[in-house]
Design a protein around this ligand. Sequence first.
Ligand code: ATP
Ligand code: MG
Length: 251
Amino acid sequence: MEPGIQISGLAKRFGHLVVLDGVDLKIQRGENRVILGRSGQGKSVMLKLIVGLLTPDKGSIVVDGKRVVGMSRRELYDLRRRFSMVFQGGALFDSMTVGDNVGLGLAEHTDQSPEEIRKRSQKSLEMVGLPDVFKKMPAELSGGMKKRASLARAIVSEPDYILYDEPTTGLDPITADSINRLIQHLDEELGVTSLVVTHDMTSAFMVGDRFALLNKGTIVFDGSSDEARAATEGPMAQFIQGDSQGPLDSL
Ligand SMILES: Nc1ncnc2c1ncn2[C@@H]1O[C@H](COP(=O)(O)OP(=O)(O)OP(=O)(O)O)[C@@H](O)[C@H]1O
Ligand SMILES: [Mg+2]
């Protein structure tokens, strides 16, 4: 069994819109993989395919030696328990307290007591710097606090993999920095393997040890953070420099 995530020939379209067209990517256990790409290039779709929230048209995704496509409901359930996803918009339930949102997965998928769940949820909230929001409703939180609460929800189940979709977008630079440090901390202290989708290059270089750039349905750059930083021409250089002229598709 090869640990980590292996994606081969992954293809996904919605009607006539071809989003992924043969994506090959390997994510080793313990790695922090940053996935870059322009808006609409299929980054969120790729994360959803990995956890089985969407089904690919072609190709395979193998997680720790097991193929995701074709898994039974039971196998998919077991797989998802080892993953956490921090969704782009936070995705907290408005009708529940923040604390209950954080503990929801434990309440649904484990036999831990309500007291134990409450303790763990509070501890996760403390880890993301929100010690006093357990009883608040999501509507009472700022955007940055919501992102942090969704991070608390992601770590409470002690997953092997965390998939982050734009964890710092829309945050002030200081809050963004605290989120980046938290992602680093989780990787270092808990040995979590992470996939971070981001447009924020400061964040990318802070948390990532390997980079992939998705464009027009395929991976056009795959390399270490040093290689990404050193790129002086080609798609990665264009993306880092934010140049509208170059090999990447322009609007
Ligand atoms: N469930 C769906 N049904 C139809 N089209 C979809 C669906 N999900 C995504 N798409 C389309 O697939 C394309 C890729 O979407 P995706 O959300 O993966 O982009 P992204 O790279 O995450 O962009 P952003 O950086 O803006 O978040 C878009 O054109 C989007 O409209
Ligand atoms: Mg997205």
